[in-house]
Design a protein around this ligand. Structure first.
Ligand code: ZN
Length: 204
């Protein structure tokens, strides 16, 4: 499964990961229509026959191979093998196409990952916790003009969630976003915090 595969044009992607032919996902998840999220999704889907899960109105416009698009909206879910992908809201924009999403990816053992997508903190995060109790959270911390800053991201975890692991994302790529030092300063006190670098792997 690939989430928002913005690979070739991301200045932080290690060189050995830029060759798209190495990616053979069963599924690609797209949180919204912005270029730094859709990225290489269409090229990878065409080459790999992957299904693409995203917002219904956006996927229609991507020119995906026939049968690849699995469009939904908040509250919807899809089963991929023994994994269930639940679509949840996000507070952002998604032009041209649809609305922004988050995903809760639920595994056969009952554990789950919540990918917040691009978002500001919002009160319905309490419902995401009540319904899904995610164990691992991929947390938007980018700040700048577009997203919640690292301090607000830390508040979202304290206020709404009880995860085992929190992985900050979407920072330190360009000067417009929060830098690594700021993210570490604001989130190092968060329970379960785990900082990762592009190319890192981890088991949970
Ligand atoms: Zn965005």
């Amino acid at each position: 499964m690939l989430l928002d595969p913005f690979i070739k044009n991301d200045p932080k992607t290690p060189a050995k990961f830029k060759d798209l032919s190495q990616y053979k996902p069963a599924t690609i998840l797209l949180t919204h229509a912005h270029g730094d999220h859709v990225g290489d999704a269409v090229a990878i889907a065409k080459a790999s026959n992957a299904k693409v899960i995203g917002v219904f109105d956006h996927l229609k416009s991507l020119g995906l191979p026939k049968g690849a698009a699995m469009g939904g909206d908040p509250g919807g879910k899809f089963k991929i093998g023994d994994v269930t992908v639940h679509i949840v809201p996000a507070m952002h924009s998604s032009s041209p196409g649809g609305r922004p999403l988050g995903f809760v990816i639920e595994f056969a053992d009952g554990r789950s990952i919540y990918d917040t997508g691009d978002t500001w903190i919002f009160g319905d995060m309490s419902l995401i916790q009540e319904i899904h109790s995610p164990n691992i959270i991929l947390l938007q911390t980018g700040g700048g003009p577009y997203n919640q800053d690292p301090k607000t991201a830390a508040l979202a975890i304290r206020k709404y969630f009880k995860p085992d692991v929190v992985i900050p994302m979407h920072y330190g790529t360009w000067g417009i976003l929060a830098g690594e030092d700021e993210v570490k300063a604001m989130l190092s006190g968060t329970t379960g915090i785990k900082f990762m670098q592009p190319g890192d792997t981890a088991s949970f």
